[in-house]
Design a protein around this ligand. Structure first.
Ligand code: GLU
Length: 481
């Protein structure tokens, strides 16, 4: 890679890829590609209690499905992962222990021998007294020494200094400052010897030469602790960009309760990855004009952290469906035919040639979000209707309709079946009978499709062909009278 720009997506493998995670991955990817940099995937799996079998594979599979290839990370280059590996935190344990020891030696961290009960009590008192500032967990030195001598278990904590203003210039949020007095002495190494997110994250971002940390706003409160760690470890600070929260339409934080949040759910529901990516790209970013359709390459071209908003982004599912519909319309028809065929076979609706299916798709693609909806909403393109929508019958099939339709069918028989010619006949017949053309149009749609809605009638008739249409019109006059 030519540039020093190195970014990373650092998910904890929880078993699925959250759409917020996808957004973080996408922005990192776009930033890397835009600047000729490197996109690293790092698996943050130090929380062994939360280990989920197969989660890493599923996550990588989802990223690849979306087309977000990473340059370094597990399996990035076949057998090789990249020059800064290993890329799984569980394989990097010694680095964290070494960093913790360094911090202990330099006095920026200390061993804490507090018991769980004590900590519980400290927290309760802190809350009850509405005490300002940090939790008072530090023990007098002699007491720590005594507990150490007793062999009591300990954790390593960051020793947060007093009275400092910790600030960082976030690329999205501008200057963010906080007083060190309200920052707790963060645990860095747990009693089981595993690091917490904070220590491992900072150690790895440094070791992997990450230049820009682009992640969700939920990590902003961790910033002061990270700043202290960078300083204490003598690491150069990367640039930070915290992306806006994803919200439900009621502006609450996006949660599972309100619908699907996993990329895998949308994949299962047959969304196009391009549509999902395009949708997710707009959760917190826009190009500054009214263009909405962007391929991944176009996003790379346009993306800039400068255009990422501070305020929360509403996760609007209707918009996602809209994107999917746009992508379906642009799809090569051969691909959609390929998706349609097995569905028709499954339903036992027989064989249809490519030309016919292409016409059906052309007529229906404006009306559906997914290819599988074509046989659902347009079953009449494949089988004769077996029933007629009751409301439409009531509204559209008049006492005279049966006889009128018989006369119309007679006139249509053997004539041209081109949409324009059909329209001429319908209008002409209506004029002759001194009625509105609607008296033919609506009953015809009902007769041939069984429903009151659908694509342009004359084009639909043209596609269905004379034989099907006349058979269905005659059948309807028998059934509906
Ligand atoms: N492991 C964290 C997560 O699951 C990474 C946060 C970060 O990017 O620093 O989101």
């Amino acid at each position: 890679m030519s540039s020093d720009t190195r970014v990373r997506f650092a998910p904890s493998p929880t078993g699925y890829l959250h759409v917020g995670g996808l957004r973080t991955a996408l922005y990192n990817y776009l930033f890397a590609r835009k600047h000729g940099g490197t996109f690293v995937l790092r698996i943050e799996d130090t929380d062994r209690k939360r280990f989920v079998e197969g989660a890493e594979e599923a996550l990588i599979d989802s990223l690849r499905w979306c087309g977000l290839d990473f340059d370094e990370g597990p399996g990035a280059r076949g057998d090789e992962d990249g020059p800064y590996g290993p890329y799984r935190q569980s394989d990097r344990q010694e680095l964290y222990v070494a960093a913790a020891n360094k911090l202990l030696e330099s006095g920026h961290a200390y061993r804490c021998y507090r018991t769980d009960d004590e900590l519980q009590q400290i927290r309760e008192e802190h809350q009850a007294n509405k005490s300002p500032g940090r939790l008072k967990v530090r023990l007098p030195e002699e007491e720590s020494a005594r507990r150490a001598a007793d062999g009591m278990p300990s954790v390593v904590r960051l020793k947060v200094p007093d009275g400092e203003t910790l600030s960082v210039n976030d690329l999205v949020r501008g200057e963010v400052s906080i007083s060190s007095d309200i920052v707790d002495d963060q645990i860095l190494l747990k009693s089981d010897g595993f690091p917490t997110y904070h220590l491992a994250n900072v150690v790895d971002d440094h070791a992997m030469k990450i230049s820009h940390v682009i992640r969700g706003e939920e990590w902003l409160p961790s910033m002061p602790k990270h700043l202290l760690l960078y300083r204490a470890l003598g690491y150069e600070l990367p640039q930070f960009a915290h992306l806006p929260l994803l919200l439900n339409s009621d502006r609450s934080k996006l949660s599972k309760r309100q619908g699907d949040v996993a990329v895998e759910d949308y994949r299962e529901k047959s969304f196009y990855p391009e549509a999902l990516l395009n949708f997710v790209a707009f959760l917190g970013w826009n190009p500054g004009d009214d263009r909405e359709m962007f391929s991944l390459d176009e996003l790379i071209e346009e993306f800039s952290l400068k255009r990422v908003n501070k305020s929360g982004a509403i996760f609007n599912l209707e918009k996602l469906s809209w994107f999917n519909q746009q992508y379906l319309r642009e799809r090569p028809v051969a691909e959609t035919i390929g998706q349609l065929r097995p569905l028709l076979t499954e339903k036992g609706w027989g064989e249809f040639d490519d030309a016919y299916l292409a016409e059906v798709i052309e007529l229906m693609k404006e009306r559906v979000t997914f290819p599988y909806e074509i046989p659902e909403l347009g079953s009449y393109f494949f089988v004769d209707p077996t029933e007629y929508d009751e409301k439409t019958v009531k509204k559209r099939w008049k006492a005279e309709s049966g006889e009128r339709m018989t006369r119309l069918a007679e006139r249509l028989e053997g004539g041209s079946w081109k949409a324009d010619d059909l329209e001429t006949v319908f209008k002409d017949q209506a004029e002759k009978e001194e009625i509105g053309a609607g008296q033919f149009i609506h009953p015809t749609r009902l007769a041939v499709s069984g429903t009151g809605v659908g694509p342009s009638l004359y084009h639909m008739l043209e596609t269905l062909g004379e034989e099907r249409c006349l058979r269905r019109i005659r059948k309807a006059t028998e059934v509906l009278g």
